[in-house]
Design a protein around this ligand. Structure first.
Ligand code: ZN
Length: 248
């Protein structure tokens, strides 16, 4: 028998904004602890002509870094159904299907970090990026991807990738990210050892690789801010962000 605490519906407290620099997920703070400094990358949000010191959320929302859903309950239910089906480990609902359905269901953003990326999943991400922002940290890519990423970025401008390749960047292997995480809208995550490759996800389907779904929002945010954001922002030494409207 499964149990469900209806009181938890009142505690639905999803992250409400992303840090402009490191894309860390921010929960709403209480009025006594207004955030003016990103708790993950440390960048300081300074008041500018447009926003006062207590308005970082308004600033971030106007910069396209707010997180809000038209119908949060329905969206949460859809993502919860994916997790439920995934956890049944049915032959009819393999990990690849859960990942594809999750990407398809995203409303605000998809963030991922992977050591390897298949062309099939890259195509799915490009398709989704026509409507939704996707940010990825990708290492160990096949050489075919070099031109795909550098020459055809304009086919999916909302797909932002940070690529780590030993040969291209001079990274030594110890510096190349190896963590695996996919985060959908700050509400659902997949973690484990399987990469975003056909082989990795299909091995996971038969118990030869590992991937788990995470539905606890606090854990999703903790994983995201630990595994994704520090790598995303490591090439930037920006210390402060002045809260003015940034012209396009
Ligand atoms: Zn940050």
């Amino acid at each position: 028998m499964t149990s469900f605490d209806i009181g938890t519906l009142l505690n639905f407290n999803p992250p409400i904004a992303l840090c402009l620099k490191c894309k860390a997920l921010w929960f709403k703070s209480t009025s006594s602890e207004r955030i003016s400094r990103c708790p993950v990358c440390g960048v300081i949000y300074r008041p500018g002509d447009t926003y006062s010191y207590w308005q970082p959320y308004k600033f971030l929302t106007n910069e396209g870094h707010g997180i809000a859903f038209e119908n949060p309950v329905a969206h949460g239910q859809r993502l919860a159904a994916i997790a439920y089906n995934f956890n049944k480990r049915s032959i009819d609902y393999p990990p690849m299907r859960a990942i594809l359905e999750s990407i398809s269901a995203a409303r605000q953003f998809v963030h991922f970090t992977t050591f390897g990326l298949s062309h099939a999943l890259f195509g799915a991400l490009k398709l989704k990026a026509q409507t939704t922002t996707i940010r990825g940290i990708a290492a160990n890519l096949h050489s075919d991807f070099a031109r795909e990423i550098s020459d055809y970025r304009n086919e999916a401008p909302r797909l932002e990738l940070k690529v780590y390749e030993r040969n291209n960047t001079g990274n030594d292997s110890g510096n190349i990210p190896h963590q695996k995480l996919i985060v959908i809208d700050g509400l659902l995550a997949f973690k484990g050892a399987a990469n975003m490759t056909n082989e990795g996800l299909r091995k996971a389907a038969v118990g030869r690789d590992h991937i788990e779904v995470v539905t606890n929002i606090e854990e999703v945010v903790t994983l995201h801010n630990k595994l994704f954001s520090p790598i995303w922002s490591e090439s930037s030494d920006q210390k402060t962000i002045v809260m003015d409207d940034i012209p396009f």
